[in-house]
Design a binder for this molecule. Structure first.
Ligand code: NAD
Length: 352
C-alpha cells in the first residue's frame, strides 16, 4: 500500500508536523510533534535513506507516538516528538555539517516546541553541530561541550528489562547459559552483548554489517555470528531486536524459535495484531518503549539537572520493577503485555 504525505497528515492524531525540503542536499526534514500533555515534545533525530518522503514522515509519526508513551511510562515531564531527516544518500563532511546546522536553525525557530538527541543514523558528534544553532539538544554537556552517548544507558535498560522478562518466562532471572540472539550490534547492541556475556549468557549475534558482528563475536569469545537473513530462525531463549523496527510481523512470528523478545529497537511490532500473535505463540514480549527507555531516562534526568551517575543508573534499573508490574498484570489477564503497558501510559496522560 502506498502512503501519501497528504493522507498521513490528514489522518494523524498528533499535534502536527513541521516539514522542510533542504535544497542544498536534496533532503527532506520532518519534525513530528505528537503530544505535549506532559511537556515539550522531545525525541531523537533519525537520519536515513528512505524509499520516499512519505515513508520518512510515517516513520517520524510512529516514532513520535512512541516517545509520548516512553516519557509517560518513565514519569518524566517531556512530550512525544521525533525528527527524521530523509537523505538522498549518506552525507558526510561539509554537506552533512551544513544540513545539520540548517536543521538546528529550524529547531530553534520552533521556540521551544521540540528538543532532540541522537537516534539511528545520527551521532553524538552530529548533536554538537546542531547545538551550534539551537540549545534544544540533549546529549551535549552544556559546561564541557562533551558529547554523551545514550547507547550504553539504553543497553543498561534493556538488560534490566530482560531480567524482568526472563524471570517471568523461566521462573528465575539467572542469565547463566541463556541463549540471547542480539540483532544489530551498534550503539546499543554491542554494550548489551558485553553486559549479557558478563552475566553468563550465551550470545548469538547478527548484523547487516557482518564484519561488525564477526569482530564483536571474536572479542567476546564463544559467541556465534549469524548471517542476517537467517538469523531470525536461530533457536534462542531471548530474541533482542536492536536494529530496525517491524521485525515482529505476520511473516516472522510463526518462524521465531524463542521464548521471549526484549530489545531496544523502536516499533518492533509491525502492527498491533502482532502483539496477539506473539501472545498466542507463548512468546513473552517486553514492550519496546518500556524496555528501551534507558537513554531517555539518562538524558531526561540530566536535562532536569540530575547528573549523579548512581542516581541515573538506579532509575534505569527501575525498568525491571515497572516491567515486572506490567508482566504480572498481563499474566493475570492472559493478554499481551502491550495492553497493560498502554493502560499505564493512558493513566499517566490522564486519558483513563
Ligand atoms: P546503530 O545504528 O548504532 O546500530 C544499529 C545496528 O544494526 C548497525 O550495526 C546496523 O548495521 C545494524 N542493522 C541495521 N539493519 C539491520 C538488519 N535489518 N538486520 C541486522 N542488523 C541491522 O543504532 P542503535 O543506536 O544501536 O539503535 C538500535 C535500535 O535501538 C534502533 O531501532 C533505535 O531507534 C533504538 N533505540 C536506540 C537508542 C539509543 O540510545 N541509541 C535508544 C532507544 C531506542
Amino acid at each position: 500500500m502506498t502512503v501519501s504525505l497528504k493522507s498521513l497528515i490528514e489522518g494523524w492524531e498528533g499535534i502536527g508536523v513541521v516539514s522542510r525540503y533542504d535544497q542544498p542536499t536534496g533532503s527532506w526534514i520532518f519534525i513530528a510533534l505528537h503530544d505535549d500533555t506532559l511537556g515539550m515534545p522531545t525525541g531523537g533525530t533519525r537520519m536515513k535513506v528512505y524509499p520516499s518522503p512519505a515513508l520518512a514522515l510515517q516513520d517520524a509519526m510512529r516514532l513520535a507516538a512512541g516517545m509520548t508513551a516512553k516519557w509517560a511510562a518513565v514519569d518524566l515531564d517531556f512530550g512525544g516528538g521525533k525528527g527524521v531527516i530523509a537523505v538522498p544518500h549518506i552525507l558526510e563532511g561539509e554537506e552533512r555539517h551544513g544540513l545539520l546546522l540548517r536543521y538546528g536553525q529550524l529547531i530553534e525557530s520552533l521556540n521551544g516546541s521540540f528538543g532532540t538527541g541522537v537516534d539511528m543514523g545520527t551521532t553524538p558528534e552530529d548533536m554538537r553541530v546542531i547545538k551550534q544553532a539551537t540549545s534544544r539538544v540533549h546529549g551535549v554537556d552544556p559546561e564541557t561541550g562533551q558529547t554523551i552517548d545514550p547507547g550504553p544507558f539504553t543497553a543498561r535498560g534493556v538488560f534490566a528489562g530482560m531480567r524482568a522478562v526472563v524471570r517471568q518466562a523461566f521462573g528465575t532471572d539467572d542469565l547463566t547459559g541463556r541463549v540471547v540472539h542480539i540483532q544489530g550490534v551498534g550503539d546499543v547492541g554491542a554494550p548489551l552483548a558485553r553486559m549479557l556475556k558478563q552475566a553468563g549468557a550465551r550470545i548469538v549475534l547478527s548484523d547487516l554489517d557482518t564484519r561488525r558482528a564477526e569482530s564483536l563475536a571474536e572479542a567476546l569469545g564463544n559467541t556465534e555470528a549469524f548471517e542476517p537473513h537467517t538469523a531470525l530462525e536461530a533457536p534462542c531463549d531471548v530474541y533482542a531486536p536492536c536494529a530496525v523496527g517491524a521485525t515482529l510481523n505476520a511473516e516472522t512470528i510463526p518462524e521465531l524459535k524463542c521464548r521471549a523478545v526484549v530489545g531496544s529497537a523502536n516499533n518492533q511490532l509491525a502492527t498491533r495484531e502482532d502483539a496477539d500473535r506473539l501472545h498466542e505463540r507463548g512468546i513473552l514480549y517486553g514492550p519496546d518503549y518500556i524496555v528501551n527507555a534507558g537513554g531517555a531516562i539518562a538524558f531526561g534526568l540530566r536535562g532536569r539537572g540530575i547528573v549523579d551517575e548512581q542516581a541515573i543508573a538506579q532509575r534505569i534499573d527501575g525498568i525491571d520493577t515497572s516491567l515486572t508490574e506490567i508482566l504480572k498484570e498481563s499474566s493475570a489477564s492472559n493478554e499481551s503485555p502491550v495492553y497493560a503497558a498502554t493502560r499505564v501510559v493512558e493513566r499517566k496522560l490522564g486519558k483513563k
